[in-house]
Design a protein around this ligand. Structure first.
Ligand SMILES: Cc1ncc(COP(=O)(O)O)c(C=O)c1O
Length: 435
């Protein structure tokens, strides 16, 4: 009997090594990591420069408390990443992962308003079908119903508007003016609660796994950013999944030249080598907060030098052509999947940007009716993939809180052309094996 409180409900193989896009278990079985775990491993497994940077930093310092010292690693990382972020004069607050980044971001938004004497501004508006993390604040910002359900008595301070999700768009005029319609919905919600009660709007630039890489229409982000600006509602871009090249640009917001007030990052910051992430505030937001009563916040593991050193090495790898690779390979893979799955009976939509690709499974391609949850469509496709030596990612319940099946791909950008062909073939076979 294992003494681990496992996240899985079945027995798991033991991973013993990883290299490039491959993970090997204790029996010697090799798996193609088609989703970088949970869309984390952007530069690939076993990259020598990242491993060396972590080792070297560990030789220099171990635990350093962030209110007593700064470190060269954190300073160097902040300077480098500030030059890449879609923000003016960014200030980064390093944390241990995505949920902590989101908690930090919503508190920054609150601190920004408090510093200006606007104590009534506390509401955060998120989007239905979104995911921002599993800690209670981040979960309240999230719209994913199955994850919220057990904790409902603890949630409910935050509000939600519809997400930019073209496949099941709620705009009565769809496909015309969807971005403007969604921005009008946000404007209406701000007006109905009063702008002096709303602190922030948070959204993923391109939806992550919970809506299967749903890409907004080009009019969405400019219209949303304008609503936030007009009401001085802090715009938080949650780039935990989309950041660091995942969608073929450095950040998701780069696709629309939007500069958020606060940005969150996790996963790809270190490509999974060390738990790390950050919330970045624009210079304007940082100045307002530090000009007021300050920022009441902190974690024992914040401003961690090991994470920063790993992050800096990952930036070096990404700068050596991997962002372009994500864009080009992603476009090719998307085209290949669309063409190979064009007549697959259980496939409603194939979408995405860069190497974040979602496949929405449906029971009826005419009506887009989802499979019943009991059919376990996503689970069965993932199992078929696994049996062929391919690891994919999935999400369920997005259509009505129970039903809805999404299969998500997000391989390392370092994938070779041959590995990409294998990923395509195995994914198509697994998807076609169901129903
Ligand atoms: C967009 C987004 N935000 C936040 C999180 C939470 O990150 P973590 O699991 O590192 O706490 C995730 C995780 O999937 C995510 O995709």
């Amino acid at each position: 009997m294992s003494h681990v409180f496992s996240r899985a409900t079945r027995d798991l193989p033991t991973a013993v090594s990883a290299d490039g896009a491959w993970i090997t278990d204790a029996d010697g079985t090799r798996y193609l990591d088609g989703a970088g775990g949970a869309i984390v491993v952007n530069v690939g497994h076993g990259v020598a420069s990242v491993i060396a940077a972590i080792g070297e930093q560990l030789e220099r310092t171990q635990y350093i408390h962030p209110t007593a010292f700064t470190t060269r690693a954190v300073e160097a990382y902040a300077e480098e990443v500030a030059g890449i972020l879609p923000m003016d004069d960014a200030r980064i607050y390093p944390v241990s992962g995505g949920s902590e980044a989101v908690e930090t971001a919503v508190k920054m938004a609150r601190a920004y308003h408090l510093a200006q004497g606007r104590g009534g501004r506390s509401i955060v508006i998120g989007r239905r079908g979104s995911y921002h993390g599993n800690t209670l604040g981040a979960l309240d910002a999230s719209g994913k119903a199955p994850l919220r359900k057990p904790y409902t008595p603890w949630l409910g301070r935050f509000l939600h508007v519809s997400a930019a999700y073209e496949f099941r768009c709620e705009n009565p005029q769809h496909p015309h003016g969807c971005g403007a319609w969604q921005a009008a919905e946000l404007e209406k919600m701000i007006a109905s609660y009063g702008e002096d009660t709303v602190a922030a709007f948070i959204a993923e630039p391109i939806s992550g796994a919970t809506l299967g890489a749903a890409v907004p229409t080009d009019d969405y982000w400019p219209a949303i950013a304008e609503v936030c600006r007009a009401h001085d509602v802090v715009l938080i871009a949650d780039e935990v999944m989309t950041g660091f090249g995942r969608t073929g640009r450095w950040f998701g917001m780069d696709h629309w030249d939007i500069r958020p007030d606060i940005l969150t990052a996790g996963k790809g910051t270190t490509s999974g080598y060390v738990p790390f992430g950050f919330a970045a505030a624009s210079g304007r937001v940082h100045e307002a907060i530090t000009g007021g009563p300050g920022f009441v916040h902190g974690f024992t593991w914040s401003h961690n030098a090991l994470g920063a050193a790993a992050g800096l090495a990952v930036l070096g790898e990404l700068k050596a052509g991997l962002i372009d690779r994500s864009r080009e390979l992603g476009a090719r893979l998307l085209e290949g999947l669309r063409s190979e799955l064009a007549d697959a009976p259980g496939v409603g939509d194939v979408r995405g940007l860069g190497l974040l690709i979602g496949i929405e499974l449906v029971r009826d391609r005419e009506t887009n009716e989802p499979f019943r949850r009991a059919d376990k469509a996503a689970e069965r496709v993932l199992q078929a993939a696994r049996e062929s030596g391919l690891l994919l990612y999935s999400s369920t319940g997005h259509v009505d809180g129970t039903n809805g099946d999404l299969v998500v791909l997000g391989p390392p950008f370092s994938l070779s052309d041959d590995e990409a062909s294998l990923l395509l073939d195995r994914t198509v076979a697994a998807v076609r094996s169901f129903p």
